[in-house]
Design a protein around this ligand. Structure first.
Ligand SMILES: N[C@@H](CCC(=O)N[C@@H](CS)C(=O)NCC(=O)O)C(=O)O
Length: 224
């Protein structure tokens, strides 16, 4: 039996979605974020030393890192589904987007989250103007231009194909939904980039995605 160690409002939602697309049976161990720090509870470290979600266990195997989990589940249980044929142009795109999501798209989104908190979070009043000034400088000079470049790039790629790797839904889309949703929630992705918004809507309309939401519990990024 596959068990997903699932943190509310997190990347592991996409693993539940994948399992639903593949029609596999699975169990969920639920973990709740600390409401103040938003960090995962310490129990998750008993499953994997980094204490991050997602983590899955399958028999004797324990696997973390959403891209690795997606590759593993599709390779082991997909029977050719959700992955383009080897040596095709689509397969290369699939590999690219599977890595791009966490390797390139997420870092500026995470930086935005951190510096927004520096700017607006509770700090002693005499530090606040300095914290604000530093945060605005970093965001304006580095983070926001980076986010624009990535959003423009993703939008233009989706003018070439319906899904990220081609005309069929693949694991690459399952991996990409999280940064695209995060960009809508916290980085200004809006209807000025219609292909990305249509991508989110198409994903959220899928029966497997809806089933995964019912099983996973709170997931604010799906609030359309
Ligand atoms: N690159 C990792 C990132 C894992 C990660 O940072 N997960 C977040 C959830 S979205 C987490 O567990 N956050 C809680 C914490 O850091 O304590 C992946 O894709 O699996």
């Amino acid at each position: 039996m596959i068990t997903v160690h699932h943190l509310d409002n997190s990347r592991s939602q996409r693993v539940l979605w994948l399992l639903e697309e593949l029609g596999l049976e699975y169990a969920i161990e639920h973990y709740k974020r600390d409401p103040k720090t938003m960090l995962a509870p310490p129990e998750l470290r008993k499953i994997h030393p980094l204490g991050k979600s997602p983590v899955i266990t399958d028999g004797d195997a324990t696997l973390a890192e959403s891209g690795a989990i997606i590759e593993y589940l599709i390779g082991r249980y997909g029977n050719g589904r959700l992955i383009p044929p080897a040596d095709s142009a689509e397969r290369l795109r699939y590999t690219y987007w599977l890595h791009y999501a966490e390797g390139s798209a997420m870092p500026p989104l995470l930086l935005k989250l951190v510096f927004d908190r520096v700017e607006n979070g509770p700090v002693p009043f005499f530090i606040k103007p300095i914290a604000r000034a530093i945060s605005r400088k970093v965001k304006g000079a580095f983070i926001e231009p980076q986010l624009k470049t990535h959003l423009d790039f993703m939008e233009s790629e989706l003018t070439k194909t319906t899904w990220f790797a081609g005309e069929e839904l693949t694991g690459a889309d399952i991996q990409m939904i999280f940064p695209v949703e995060a960009a809508r929630a916290r980085a200004g992705l809006d209807s000025s980039r219609p292909k990305l918004i249509a991508f989110i809507e198409r994903v959220h309309g899928r029966p497997a995605f809806k089933r995964a939401l019912e099983r996973g519990g709170p997931y604010d990024f799906a609030n359309d």
